[in-house]
Unconditional design. Structure first.
Length: 112
């Protein structure tokens, strides 16, 4: 029965980890690492069914973490593109000459 309790504890930690990933609560992920380590060390039964369940939970979490990292990288790319566009851009005139167009930095030109 001890191994069954340890198995359930590990599965519960993996499910909590999955929910933290879905909420993008990366602070909670850090606290769950120690709980996961303890649950794994408490697990003494290594039956095929136990390992299969744990493997499924861990694989699902790995998939979600990879998707979260992909999303973060995509958001970072979009932010970099927006910042680059705010600084200005390069264009070409009718003669094919490059024209550098930069933003004015938020300054207003005052005319009398």
């Amino acid at each position: 029965m001890q191994s069954e309790t340890a198995t359930e504890e590990l599965v519960a930690v993996l499910r909590s980890e999955r929910e933290a990933i879905r909420r993008a609560d990366f602070g909670a992920l850090a606290t769950l690492v120690e709980q996961k380590r303890k649950a794994i060390s408490d697990l003494d039964a290594k039956g095929a069914e136990v390992l299969r369940r744990i493997g499924q939970e861990a694989a699902a979490n790995e998939h979600l973490l990879m998707a979260a990292m992909h999303g973060i990288r995509a958001a970072q790319g979009r932010l970099e593109a927006a910042l680059s566009a705010a600084r200005g851009f390069d264009a070409y005139d009718s003669g094919g000459n490059k024209q550098v167009i930069r933003s004015g930095g938020g300054r207003f030109e005052r005319r009398a």
